[in-house]
Ligand binder design. Sequence first.
Ligand code: ATP
Length: 212
Amino acid sequence: MSTTLLEARQLYCERDDRVLFSGLDLSVGSGDIVRIAGPNGAGKTTLLRVLAGLNLSFEGGLSWYGYPLHQQRDWYQANMLFLGHRAGITASLTPLENLRCWVDMRRPHREELLWEALADVGLEGYEDIPSAHLSAGQQRRVALARLYLSTEPVWLLDEAFTAIDQGAVKVLESLISSRAAQGGAVVLSTHHRLQLDECRVLELGGSLGFAT
Ligand SMILES: Nc1ncnc2c1ncn2[C@@H]1O[C@H](COP(=O)(O)OP(=O)(O)OP(=O)(O)O)[C@@H](O)[C@H]1O
């Protein structure tokens, strides 16, 4: 039986007097991949930021291994990786410097692993140029290189598939599957049609009127 890692109970959140979600329950166990779906403005980013502990404007409960999350914040933060929908890199730094800054804040590391991670995301030869000189997809790949270095079992990925090509999509799908197979869990939002058989879908509403 899978262990419940992260649980949300009866979440309620509104923005500008508009209810984004109400009575939302979500249980994320080891091995789970959950896709948060819904049209633009439905609240996918908002929910992921709530789950990441970055947005506190909500009602309801969050727990981590069954403990109230607000009492276990350090433990949770050490075991959760959030990638936002922006690349989240510093344009004036090189890909290598960006990755080094990110990992330095987390744990000791071996320098060659950074080079390997950048090679794994197809940035061999681009390690030492300012990230501002990279394309949007390449900048996104710098952010995705963090996944290769991540030891956190839980990933929260907001629109991680944006701007990357088909090859990178396949690599990212396989990283997500591996994280789940290793006993971790991934909650993600994307408008892409994923080739992940084992993915559960949590559909959020929305009222922009476009067909999905
Ligand atoms: N900082 C903010 N202040 C006020 N309203 C906000 C803020 N951020 C988002 N919203 C509103 O909350 C709603 C949900 O936004 P959110 O970014 O969560 O949607 P989404 O489902 O991720 O959309 P998309 O698919 O376009 O990325 C939107 O109507 C948006 O206008």
